[in-house]
Design a protein around this ligand. Structure first.
Ligand code: BES
Ligand code: MN
Ligand code: ZN
Length: 502
């Protein structure tokens, strides 16, 4: 287990394997630590600059040996980019790259100090810097090796990242930030674990049990509904999705009451399709295995509740996960079928592969029971999201300007950025049905939007935002602090929104 510790002292006197130093592009002389290291090593940084072209660009990283001038063995220099553009994201990325290099080198204990990562002109508070550094490191070092039983190729591990601060006051602030960052990143990694599990080991039943266990350890109330109760509630749309699967469905309710009694809760609804084959409207075989990640919205929701409780946020927060598989079988729903949702609305099935909105519609309607302050749903909802936005933006649609603005601001802070798309009535035409109240697919054009319009029918007049994470949930290539695989995107975004709402 990775330990993150904070102490007061002088980093150059610390007994550690390496010191990580963030360097702003073309501004090495402005970093007091870099300048001192340069002097200690007889101009070694100057040499790296002139010989290797290291200038502090965002992706650059260089290792210097300390040659026994100080107890630490190495300096790892990592670029922060141009000082006037540097912010928390550059800090997270530089930390991520630096700790990965340290791990590759087989190092165990590394030291950092926030002053080497903050550009003084940027006005970044030390607490925020500490949080960003802890997040960057903890997110970057994530690995999922549960199923590598015999050939565990990479067993190198960093044991400790030690924050060493010159001043007592900043050590205290950094300690708070590091603790927040640790909790948040651990919760993202918790969600990543849920997503990484293959569908045979992350069935709705197992997901519910895992949520229950997490809740029990964190003062969260967890209620799991199964078929008889879900039938009684009349969740015909959600039941329709589940009816082709041999795995029983589970409606997972998480309630964290950190706010005042009676205070309106924020309800988060997470899509939790543990495997999406498409059903009778079967998906193509290629890449279908990835559809184990169709429960990512649900995983992010669990991650948010976990962190919110550990951070003791003074809010009431509810998480709702309509968990089920979407499978083809003799009992599965067919295109052309009509389902009756809990809201009373009837839905004509055009494609059984548009299952997410079916499960979500009943969960969203259930959410209105809480008379919520906000409803936020998060879902790997449409392939169209990748066509519209590529892999860098979360699709955002909603009915409340204030909530959308808050989410946009939170996304910019944690670099889980959203981009708004229109929820105009004009698009509703596409999901009008000749036989039922509404149909579950509006065709290819504007797929993100018609899906969101469908959802909007079930939230009554409550302030609501839908986040489509279909194109941002999976990383094909390693990034600075996002190893290839599930990103659990949305976890940090929603947490930031909640933290800013306190
Ligand atoms: N889970 C998928 C969306 C998806 C596709 C997520 C690719 C990530 C990558 C969703 O259930 C789905 O199949 N949506 C259909 C909707 C269509 C039938 C209206 C889609 O996008 O093709
Ligand atoms: Mn689908
Ligand atoms: Zn799906």
């Amino acid at each position: 287990m990775l330990k993150l510790t904070v102490k007061e002292g002088s980093i150059l006197r610390e007994r550690i394997d390496a010191i990580l130093i963030g360097i702003h592009e073309d501004a090495i002389e402005k970093s007091p630590l870099a300048a001192e290291v340069n002097r200690l090593l007889g101009g070694a940084i100057d040499k790296v600059i002139s010989r290797k072209g290291f200038t502090g660009k965002v992706e650059q990283i260089e290792v210097l040996e300390t040659r026994e001038n100080i107890p630490a063995g190495y300096f790892i220099l990592c670029g922060l980019g141009k000082a006037d553009k540097a912010g928390l994201e550059q800090i997270r990325q530089a930390m991520g790259r630096a700790v990965l290099r340290a791990r590759d080198m087989g190092l165990k204990r590394v030291g950092v100090t926030t002053t080497a990562f903050i550009n003084k002109t940027e006005n970044i508070a030390v607490e925020d810097a500490g949080r960003a550094m802890a997040e960057g490191a903890n997110l970057a070092l994530y690995r999922f090796s549960k199923y590598k039983v015999k050939e565990n190729s990479n067993s190198k591990n960093i044991d400790e990242i030690r924050f060493i601060e010159e001043e007592r006051k900043s050590a205290a602030a950094v300690k708070i930030g590091v603790e927040k960052g640790r909790i948040i990143a651990d919760s993202v990694n918790f969600a990543r674990d849920l997503i990484n599990h293959p569908a045979n080991d992350m069935t709705p039943t197992i997901l519910a049990e895992t949520a229950k266990k997490m809740a029990g350890a964190n003062r969260i109330k967890c209620t799991v509904l199964s078929r008889p109760q879900i039938e009684k509630l009349g969740m015909g749309a959600y039941l329709g999705v589940a009816q082709g699967s041999a795995e029983p469905l589970r409606f997972i309710i998480l309630e964290y009451n950190g706010g005042k009694k009676g205070e309106k809760p924020v309800v988060i609804v997470g899509k939790a399709i543990t495997f999406d084959s498409g059903g009778i409207s079967l998906k193509p075989a290629e890449g279908m295995g990835k559809m184990k990640y169709d429960m990512s919205g649900g995983a992010a929701t669990i991650g948010v509740l976990r962190a919110a409780s550990m951070l003791r946020l003074p809010l009431n927060i509810v998480g709702l996960l309509p968990a089920t598989e979407n499978m083809p079988s003799g009992t599965a729903i067919r295109p052309g079928d009509v389902l009756r949702s809990m809201s009373g609305r009837t839905i004509e099935i055009i494609s059984t592969d548009a299952e997410g909105r079916l499960a979500l519609s009943d969960a969203l309607f259930y959410a209105t029971r809480y008379k919520p302050r906000w409803i936020i749903d998060i879902a790997t909802l449409t392939g169209a999201c990748a066509v519209a936005l590529g892999n860098h933006a979360i699709g955002m649609l909603g009915n409340d300007k204030e909530l959308k603005d808050r989410i946009t601001a939170a996304g910019d802070k944690v670099w889980e950025r959203v981009w708004e798309m229109p929820l105009w009535d004009d698009y509703a035409e596409q999901i009008k049905s000749p036989v039922a109240d509404i149909k579950n697919s509006g065709g290819r054009e504007g797929g993100v939007i018609t899906a969101a319009i469908f959802l909007s029918k079930f939230v009554e007049d409550y302030p609501w935002v839908h986040l489509d994470i279909a194109s941002t949930e999976w990383n094909d290539k390693d990034k600075a602090y996002m190893p290839a695989g599930p990103t659990a995107i949305g976890t940090r975004l929603i947490l930031q929104l909640l933290m800013d709402a306190c």
